[in-house]
Design a protein around this ligand. Structure first.
Ligand SMILES: [Zn+2]
Length: 204
């Protein structure tokens, strides 16, 4: 199984920061994504960053990279997964809110992406005790569904995680703490590992 970790946005992306400008989403996403890749590699998995650059890489180029890596000779589509790491916002960045919580998105319909999301939800509940886990059971599973570009156009199973809120001081206090970073990294690593182990017991 190949694991592609995406980190949203880039150094030049307007907005995508705390109302005081101190917290930058692109930077946090990259810090978490790098650590997730390193931990997965240490556990022996084939994990890599989709966007090693600090700059924002267009969604079209991210999808091109992901689909290229997914379709490399010898890799069936089911043998690649994509996890895109983000931080949520309650508003448009002009003022502070009190939002907290973790959630995960997939594209519409039921696919392998939903099974990956289930594993991440399970790991989130384990690593974020006492924190709000945001769910949408409208279609029978906990993840939210949205036509995000990366989720819609990638061939492989793909999910997008929203790890807390960048316009909430309460949320940022946790996200930026050592404990918070460790928990966010661990939920991705364990959720992905659990998915891989589950898949290895199922016929393709
Ligand atoms: Zn984002």
């Amino acid at each position: 199984m190949k694991v592609l970790i995406d980190n949203g946005h880039g150094i030049e992306t307007p907005g995508k920061r705390s109302p005081d400008g101190r917290f930058r989403e692109y930077k946090y996403n990259r810090e978490i994504a790098r650590a997730v890749v390193e931990h997965l590699q240490l556990r022996g998995y084939d994990a890599e960053l989709l966007v090693p650059e600090e700059e924002d890489i267009s969604l079209k180029e991210r999808v091109r990279r992901a689909n290229y890596l997914t379709c490399q000779i010898g890799h069936p589509v089911q043998e690649t997964i994509i996890v895109s790491i983000h931080v949520n916002a309650a508003g448009n960045g002009k003022r502070w809110y009190n939002a907290t919580g973790w959630c995960c998105y997939t594209y519409y319909g039921h696919s392998l992406s939903d099974e990956l999301a289930d594993c991440l939800y399970e790991a989130a509940r384990e690593h974020l005790p006492g924190h709000k886990i945001r769910t949408d059971f409208a279609d029978g599973d906990p993840d939210f569904e949205a036509p995000f570009y990366l989720l819609k156009y990638t061939y492989a199973a793909a999910v997008l995680t929203e790890n807390g809120f960048m316009d909430s001081q309460l949320s940022l206090a946790f996200l930026e703490s050592d404990e918070g970073k460790k928990a966010i990294i661990a939920l991705h690593v364990d959720g992905i590992e659990n998915f891989i182990i589950k898949r290895s017991h199922e016929p393709l």
